[in-house]
Design a protein around this ligand. Structure first.
Ligand SMILES: Nc1nc2c(c(=O)[nH]1)N[C@H]1C(S)=C(S)[C@@H](COP(=O)(O)O)O[C@H]1N2
Ligand SMILES: [Mo]
Length: 168
């Protein structure tokens, strides 16, 4: 790996600094300085956005939902990814992999959600259609998507990665 990590172990930093007292169910890890377990309640403490999204599902037709929650990028920044935050090109190396409880997953790029690049205002929603998601876990919201498949429900795991192995 082209980055140094505080761990002596090779490979990913798992959320060792688990604060299970929060009851957090979302593991945020990867090439980050501060891996963490986050709860919906913690996400609700952050600055909130709201949005209504419309999309087409192949099996269930047109769908419409109203979500509130923090911007995904704000949540990711809490973990302090191992790039130079002031260096735009350095940030572009990073991938963001998001997985739901059922194993459904999608990979985003840092550049697509970074305000200086794609600026997609992805949310990690804490409520859906005015119902709190504390029991289920947060919901990824990808504004502008025509298909619903990246609106991942019950997100349990997010990994931020430079993916240097792609180029080995
Ligand atoms: N965890 C998880 N989230 C998921 C899916 C899934 O299979 N697992 N399917 C996606 C698809 S294909 C669609 S169309 C939307 C449908 O969301 P809705 O039924 O809540 O409108 O959920 C998305 N989120
Ligand atoms: Mo779908």
């Amino acid at each position: 790996m082209g980055v140094s990590q505080s761990s002596d172990e090779e490979g990913p930093v798992e959320p060792a600094s688990i604060d299970r007292r929060t009851g957090g169910e979302l593991a945020l890890s990867g090439e980050v300085r501060v891996p963490a377990w986050l709860s919906v309640a913690m996400l609700r403490e952050m600055p909130q956005r709201e949005m209504t999204v419309n999309f087409q599902c192949r099996s269930s037709g047109p769908r419409r939902h109203y979500f509130t929650g923090p911007l995904l990028i704000d949540v990711l920044r809490l973990a302090e990814p191992l790039f130079d935050p002031a260096e735009r090109k350095d940030r572009l190396r990073f991938l963001v992999a998001v997985k739901g409880r059922d194993g459904h997953r999608a990979v985003l790029s840092w550049g697509e959600i970074d305000p200086e690049f794609g600026n997609t205002a992805a949310l990690l929603a804490v409520s859906m259609d005015c119902r709190d998601l504390d029991e289920q876990g947060p919901h990824l919201v990808m504004p502008g998507d025509h298909c619903g498949a990246r609106h991942i429900s019950e997100v349990t795991c997010i990994r931020v990665w430079a993916g240097d192995w792609l180029w080995e």
